[in-house]
Design a protein around this ligand. Structure first.
Ligand code: ADP
Ligand code: MG
Length: 287
């Protein structure tokens, strides 16, 4: 399933004195099976953009096409699109409201008309996907769970609709390091199961580990689009729009300037470890 934005602009409060242009001529194609990271300074338009991917916001100008079909056209079933493109908002646990975990996860599929055994299966399966036990937690109140667990329940609620594309707006914001790692692991697993992933983050290390493609926004426009390695090689340009490179990239570049002969484009701790070991072995060989 592909999603294409063609010349999309979006103005909040169009036609009022408070009009604010949040997106300016966005062209972006998301292909089936991608895992795409979206970064940009606060206010650059990331959340506005992702809400166009499932028709929650409609472009002020331009078009959104899903599998080549304009979703703004008359007769488009937005309900069907919102099922296929699951959107997980920032702090989704704030939207948990049912008395039990199962009821919360069941909310979406129930609205789609599922019931009985089929509904229960869907709920069980969604909880399994986020590594939560239906037996242990199904009847508990979501409010009794830990922060990380709550967020996974919220994610399960979207997964229960069996989306083809999962869009996550800052999924790891505010989580402790362990819950964050668990969540990143989950996102990777969902991708391996064939779900297309689009995720927004502030965390450069996170995106370097996870994304195959990186889109960078600045003031309502896309200013870079490439592999994490390509994007993070443009550190000065990133700095000029208020963004950094992963910590490990910064550290290894410093080491390199200090005379340690390792590559300049290291993005993960694994890569750094390998490069440093290799450098040490070469030195041993030279002595
Ligand atoms: P990001 O997610 O990158 O932080 P947003 O998409 O939330 O950016 O916001 C883009 C711009 O639109 C910002 O300048 C923001 O203040 C403005 N904006 C966001 N939501 C609204 C809204 N509901 N009404 C008016 N302006 C908004
Ligand atoms: Mg945002």
């Amino acid at each position: 399933m592909s999603i294409e934005l063609r010349g999309v602009s979006y103005t909040y409060g169009q036609g009022t004195p408070f009009a604010h242009k949040a997106l300016r001529g966005i062209d972006l194609t998301i292909s089936d099976g991608e895992i795409l990271g979206l970064i940009g300074h606060t206010g650059s338009g990331k959340s506005t953009l992702v809400q166009h991917l499932n028709g929650l916001l409609k472009p002020t100008e331009g078009h959104v096409l899903i599998d080549g079909v304009d979703i703004g056209a008359k007769g488009t079933k937005l309900r069907d699109i919102r099922r296929r493109v699951g959107l997980v908002f920032q702090y989704p646990e704030h939207q948990l409201f049912e008395e039990t975990v199962s009821a919360d996860v069941a909310f979406g599929p129930k609205n789609l008309g599922l019931e009985g055994e089929e509904l229960e299966q869907q709920v069980k399966q969604a909880l399994q996907l986020v590594h939560l036990s239906y037996e242990d937690l199904g009847n508990r109140s979501p409010f009794e769970l830990s922060g990380g667990q709550k967020r996974r329940v919220a994610l399960a609620g979207v997964l229960a609709m069996q989306p083809k594309v999962l869009v996550l707006d800052e999924p790891s914001a505010g989580l402790d390091p362990r819950s964050r790692d668990e969540l990143l692991g989950l996102i990777r697993e969902l991708h391996e199961q064939g779900i297309t992933i689009v995720f927004v983050t502030h965390n450069m290390s996170e995106i370097a580990q996870l994304a195959q493609r990186l889109v960078v926004m600045d003031r309502g426009k896309i200013v870079m689009d490439g592999t994490p390695r390509e994007v993070f090689s443009r550190g000065d340009e990133l700095a000029s729009i208020g963004l950094g490179v992963p910590e490990i990239t910064r550290l290894t570049r410093q080491l390199r300037r200090g005379g340690i002969d390792i590559p300049e484009d290291i993005l993960t701790i694994e890569e750094a470890k390998e490069a440093i070991v290799q450098w040490m072995n070469q030195r041993k060989g030279a002595n």
